[in-house]
Design a protein around this ligand. Structure first.
Ligand SMILES: [Mg+2]
Length: 145
């Protein structure tokens, strides 16, 4: 719990410290409202965020752009994110889900899920696994930093 709270804080503050490197964790990333805002513009520090996450953790897409296992994230993002971000988003793996995004979450492993909107049913699944704390809610594309 201490780790989870602090990694969240760490990500928010954009403080890069050696001690956090290689702390293995699954990171689930929504796209719209998280990496890009409602005008399809990249959020602040998105390249730093993606670099850090893909270097240190196992990153997965949890987005409608990858629903049912197809990976349409890169083609969706390649003209919306800075060019420097593209090598990092290539490292992010697709997930396979149909109805609820929580279908794709591996609850046996530590994780953080960045999203701006989740369904009540998804919230219930998180609660059942006592994992509501693993959700990082992003509001107005601003929570990342
Ligand atoms: Mg979203």
């Amino acid at each position: 719990m201490w780790f989870k709270t602090n990694i969240r804080f760490f990500v928010l503050l954009d403080v890069f410290e050696e001690k956090w490197e290689n702390w293995d964790m699954n990171i689930y990333l929504d796209i719209d409202g998280v990496l890009i805002d409602k005008n399809h513009k990249p959020v602040k520090n998105v390249v730093k965020f993606l670099k850090y996450m893909t270097k240190n953790h196992n990153c997965y897409w949890l987005t409608t752009h990858c629903r049912t296992g197809g990976n349409r994230a890169f083609e969706y993002l390649e003209d919306k994110l800075p060019a420097k971000a593209l090598k990092y988003i290539k490292k992010i793996k697709p997930t396979d889900w149909n109805t609820l995004k929580t279908e794709a979450i591996d609850f046996t492993k530590d994780f953080l899920w960045y999203d701006d909107f989740i369904l009540p049913a998804e919230e219930n699944v998180l609660k059942e696994h006592d994992c509501l704390k693993n959700l990082v809610r992003v509001e107005d594309s601003k929570l990342i930093y």
